[in-house]
Design a protein around this ligand. Structure first.
Ligand code: FAD
Length: 497
């Protein structure tokens, strides 16, 4: 029986474990954290669960991309998808203008055309481009006949370029860009159109939460790995990838134990894989390329328990812009919170509930405390110096002040924040980057970080080498495993599931 060792029990690593387990491999997944899931992590305070890197997913119906993935993996029967409001699953609020994003590309375009009649023709050209672009991603569109290189032209052109060519009203361009940018963390002037089209298509295909959140998805995947004879080992940090004669032969843990394998999968950032490889395992040019790759945007997370009327967030998320300059959000003062995202999983109406917030912050603000850890909290997170805690509290206060203007009747019962360093601690993602990699035009398409290196029997998967997001990370595992069985067969299996 062939053996595989997978480093990282995030969405990508667990997906790969199921795919290999179902093919008869004996799989061991090594996870450094005390819970599986990576970004799917949910933490608890007094019995209340707070999701960190899971808010919603899209296209979960049978026949749709994510729907087929969960069916093919055999986990669909254990997941309860709850639809967000198809009439408006996301509210985009800009100064003086609000747009509710409906499910369905045509309905979306129709509603925008009604608001911006001068751009009706441009919107229909835009939706044609969107459709053609999405169709070029064979795994996503479940079309085995599309060659992989079909995506390249779509990842060379920026979203800003497409918007400027097709649409006149700058507010319409901002609405479209402002919906996508937070979902993949790249400003429109450098976001590949392919990235924008694919990620927004995923949600326009219908938006859903999962009962139990990201943690439920992770737990269900772990159960499936185990049912297929695999193992997910927690608190098991990989310390080194063993390489003999140019071939990966296993993974050494912190305590010196070696887990051998015919295949090693690094379901972590390529920079983290690099740190696990012996010196000289890869060419200096590759090492330099990975080290020079720009990391993605970072964010602050806000976790609230709120009393009041939560109906404005029942079945819908909020994208709140205090500027029309979507491109410039990251150049504005992050302490002023020029953009924030808000979601309230399970909110109905009046009462007490969880509200989760996110807003971009600058990496430089936190860089000074990177190495400074003073002891551990009970959950394992590091204590950092008081100045760090004060800065976090200051950023949280700024956010709460913004929130109070929009929702003056809410009473915040509990509030906690996370910084990029928190994210880095729990996932070991370099720099705590939300989507791992900066998925910009100069780092996508033919300039993507590769899934394979010179080290044979080593494959890299995860959101940093593919598309960001839960579906993107899971699909990266399909691409990685397709190296063994062939992509057309993988797509056929997925279609037929
Ligand atoms: C705040 C936030 C909100 C998000 N919201 C959404 C959303 O609403 N919808 C959506 O689709 N996507 C969302 N995403 C993105 C999504 O969560 C990620 O794209 C996806 O979960 C990444 O999965 P991954 O497997 O690639 O990486 P990760 O989740 O980072 O998994 C990597 C795993 O490897 C482990 N690891 C690292 N180093 C080692 C080591 N040396 N040894 C052992 N284990 C190791 C880590 O602990 C981690 O568990 C969000 C992300 C963030 C951060």
């Amino acid at each position: 029986m062939k053996q595989a060792v997978i480093v990282g029990a995030g969405a990508a690593g667990l997906t790969a474990a199921i795919l290999l387990g179902a093919r008869g491999w004996r799989v061991t997944v090594l996870e450094q954290h005390y819970r599986p899931g990576g970004c799917l992590h949910r933490f608890f305070r007094r019995g209340v669960g707070y999701d960190t890197g899971f808010h919603y997913v899209g296209s979960a119906k049978p026949g749709q991309s994510f729907g087929q993935v969960v069916r093919h993996l055999g986990i669909a029967p254990h997941l309860a998808f709850e639809s967000l409001d198809p009439e408006g699953f996301d509210t985009l609020r800009f100064p003086g203008l609000e747009f509710r994003v409906p499910a369905g590309l045509d309905r979306w375009a129709g509603r925008l055309a009604a608001m911006f009649p001068g751009d009706a023709a441009g919107l229909s050209r835009y939706t044609e481009l969107h459709r053609a672009c999405v169709a070029s991603y064979g795994l996503y569109s479940l079309d085995a006949d599309v060659p992989p290189e079909a995506v390249l032209p779509w990842e060379e052109r920026t979203l800003a370029n497409v918007l400027a060519s097709e649409l006149i009203d700058p507010r319409l361009r901002a609405l479209i860009a402002g919906h996508g940018a937070p979902l993949y963390g790249v400003a429109p002037h450098e976001a590949p159109f392919g990235l924008h089209a694919l990620v927004t298509d995923h949600f326009l295909g219908g938006a859903y939460t999962i009962r139990g959140g990201g943690d439920r998805l992770a737990q269900v995947m772990v159960a499936r790995v185990e049912a297929l004879g695999g193992r997910v080992r927690l608190r098991a940090p990989a310390a080194q990838i063993r390489v003999e004669g140019g071939v990966a032969t296993g993974v050494e843990l912190d305590d010196g134990e070696v887990v051998g394998g015919d295949l090693v999968i690094g379901a972590i950032h390529p920079r983290a894989v690099l740190a696990l490889l012996p010196p000289g395992a890869v060419r200096p040019a590759y090492r330099e390329r990975v080290e020079l790759a720009r990391p993605g945007r970072v964010h602050m997370g806000v976790y609230l328990e709120v009393e009041g009327d939560l109906s404005p967030l029942a079945g819908r998320n909020l994208y709140r812009y205090h500027t029309w300059d979507v491109d410039g959000v990251e150049r504005l003062d992050d302490a002023e919170v020029p953009f924030w995202f808000l979601t309230a999983p399970g909110a109905r109406g009046e009462g007490r509930g969880v509200v989760l917030g996110l807003f971009p912050t600058s990496a430089a603000r936190w860089a000074g405390w990177e190495g400074e850890e003073r002891g551990r909290r009970p959950g394992g997170a590091p204590h950092r110096p008081p100045e760090y805690e004060r800065e976090k509290a200051r950023m949280l206060d700024g956010f709460l002040r913004r929130l109070a203007v929009d929702y003056p009747d809410w009473r915040v019962v509990r509030a906690e924040a996370s910084s990029p360093l928190t994210m880095r601690h729990y996932t070991r993602v370099p720099f705590g980057a939300t989507y791992g990699h900066h998925h910009a035009v100069d780092q996508m398409g033919r300039y993507r970080l590769p899934m394979v290196t010179r080290v044979r029997q080593l494959v890299q998967i995860g959101q940093a080498v593919a598309m960001p997001g839960i579906c993107g990370a899971m699909m990266s595992a399909y691409v990685g495993v397709a190296g063994l069985v062939g992509m057309p067969q993988m797509i056929e299996e997925l279609r037929a599931a």
